[in-house]
Design a binder for this molecule. Structure first.
Ligand code: SAH
Length: 455
């Protein structure tokens, strides 16, 4: 009704709008996002070994930091709660850590998924109370509160806590802004011979600003333009939109993405936020995807682990582990995709019913974390295959397989191999792991990132 909206606004409405958002409204519509019958399947749903190894990673990290007290386990975007459940079952086997855990925080935007997580982590009969900050129940594995908040800001922050934070396939669900560099021609000047006297009076002095193409003092030069989303005209077909053949099984998209013909609020400042974007400003047609929410979450993780100017922390403690898909060190481009029932569909068809996701900018997360806190350092990203292999996935899976039937053992093997498969259909290479840790002058590498357990 009001004209084109930024891609980020479109994504936010599709994914987490109060009414009809993919995550926030989906189950009311009688669907489940996860698993074979849902739209997509994630590593914790594929194999229990995934969550167990992540649990072990936190145990090793906690030991290496000298077993700090006041441990908080925080998960952002926990889905069905499977990952946290597998982690807690594992952590329970390490009584010293289990005793140091004071609370479990779940950051979840969806009411239905919150309920699913409560049933898994606390039991079907456990009550979930509404509190001032959010909702709360009690863990079935560790006798501590499980507390839900809708955003990370809702999780209390205190300098004497050691937050251990996990984010699996969370960052790829956050809305992005997309920009492209366009070379805007300078406005046409009157021809020299039309009216010479007037012309010479008005001619501006030639300055560096006019010669430098990146400066648009005269209205010309390179400018960032934002990708915006608007409805397609009635009667539009797949052919009109050039939908790829592989996506034509879905209904004709109701929306389309175009480049805004003029500057927008966001194109004026977001591409100036990082030297990585600025370096591309003079490259005609250069594309970038920028995720302000991802930077905010990474900054929050870093400030909680390492302290910040606003909230100093005498001794940095805790850790964040981010697992997701995206390039190792480049800025993502053209990465928005739509998935429905395990098939690629246009992200602009059936808004609210199609899962939307994007590649995660790992270097962007690292940059935001380091800018937010002097008390942290970054390890990775490394591929999921390298991470899980270093964590002992093959050893753990073969132990598990020994205790079961030959058929089940085959399933276990197929599942874990998919997680580390570096081929095109596998998850070993596209998925990456990145860790935010207390600053230690590079003296210690964490397990899974080239380091060993130190106690
Ligand atoms: N980690 C889980 C689920 C991944 S799907 C797994 O790997 O199986 C993304 C999860 O993030 C869902 O739980 C979804 O409801 C939640 N989510 C998406 N956008 C969110 C937002 N902006 N704030 C909080 N939670 C969000």
């Amino acid at each position: 009704m009001t004209g084109p909206v930024p891609l980020a606004s479109y994504m936010r409405m599709c994914l987490t709008a109060d009414v009809g958002g993919y995550y926030t409204g989906a189950i009311e519509q009688g669907r489940d996002q996860f698993g074979q019958r849902g739209d997509f399947i994630t590593s914790p749903e594929i194999s229990q070994v995934f969550g167990e190894l992540i649990g072990i990673w936190f145990v090793a990290e906690w030991m290496s930091q000298g077993k700090p007290k006041g441990v908080e386990l925080i998960e952002v975007g926990p889905g069905r709660g499977t990952l946290m459940d597998d982690m807690l079952r594992t952590i329970k086997n390490f009584p010293a850590l289990a005793k140091s855990v004071e609370a479990i925080y779940m950051v979840e935007a969806s009411k239905e998924l919150r309920e699913t997580q409560k049933n898994l982590l606390c039991g079907k009969d456990a009550v979930m109370e509404k509190t001032e900050a959010g909702w709360r129940s009690t863990s079935k594995y560790l006798n501590v509160p499980v507390i839900w908040a809708e955003t990370i800001k809702g999780v209390p922050q205190s300098a004497d806590k050691a937050p251990f934070i996990v984010a699996h396939e969370f960052f790829d669900a956050l809305p992005i802004h997309a920009f492209q560099v366009v070379n805007v021609p300078a406005p046409v000047k009157p021809k020299p011979d039309t009216d010479k006297t007037q012309q010479s009076e008005q001619e501006p002095p030639i300055s560096a600003a006019v010669l430098d193409k990146s400066k648009d003092a005269n209205g010309g030069g390179f400018q960032w333009r934002e990708m915006v989303v608007s409805p397609v005209p009635e009667g539009t077909t797949h052919a009109d939109l050039g939908t790829p053949k592989s996506e034509q099984h879905a209904p004709v998209p109701e929306f389309q993405m175009t480049l805004s013909p003029s500057v927008t609020k966001h194109s004026k400042y977001l591409p100036d936020m990082s030297p990585r974007y600025k370096a591309l400003k003079n490259t005609d047609h250069a594309l970038i995807e920028v995720c302000p929410d991802a930077s905010l979450y990474a900054s929050e993780f870093a400030a909680r682990i390492g302290g910040s100017a606003k909230q100093p922390k005498p001794k940095p403690s805790g850790a964040a582990l981010v697992l997701d898909y995206g390039p190792l060190d480049t800025i993502p481009i053209n990465s928005l995709r739509g998935i429905r029932q395990h098939k690629r569909v246009s992200p602009f068809s059936e808004p609210g019913l199609v899962d939307l996701s994007v590649d995660v900018d790992f270097m962007g997360l690292a940059e935001a974390a380091l800018n937010a806190s002097e008390g942290v350092e970054i390890h990775g990203p490394v591929t999921q295959a390298a991470f899980l292999e270093a964590m002992g996935i093959s050893e753990r899976a073969s132990m598990l397989a020994k205790k079961t039937s030959p058929e089940r053992a085959k399933e276990i093997e197929k599942a874990w191999k998919r997680l580390v498969d570096r081929g095109p259909g596998g998850m070993g290479k596209v998925y990456k792991a990145l860790a935010i840790l207390p600053e230690n002058d590079g003296r210690r590498r964490p397990v899974g990132f080239g380091g060993d357990v130190t106690a």
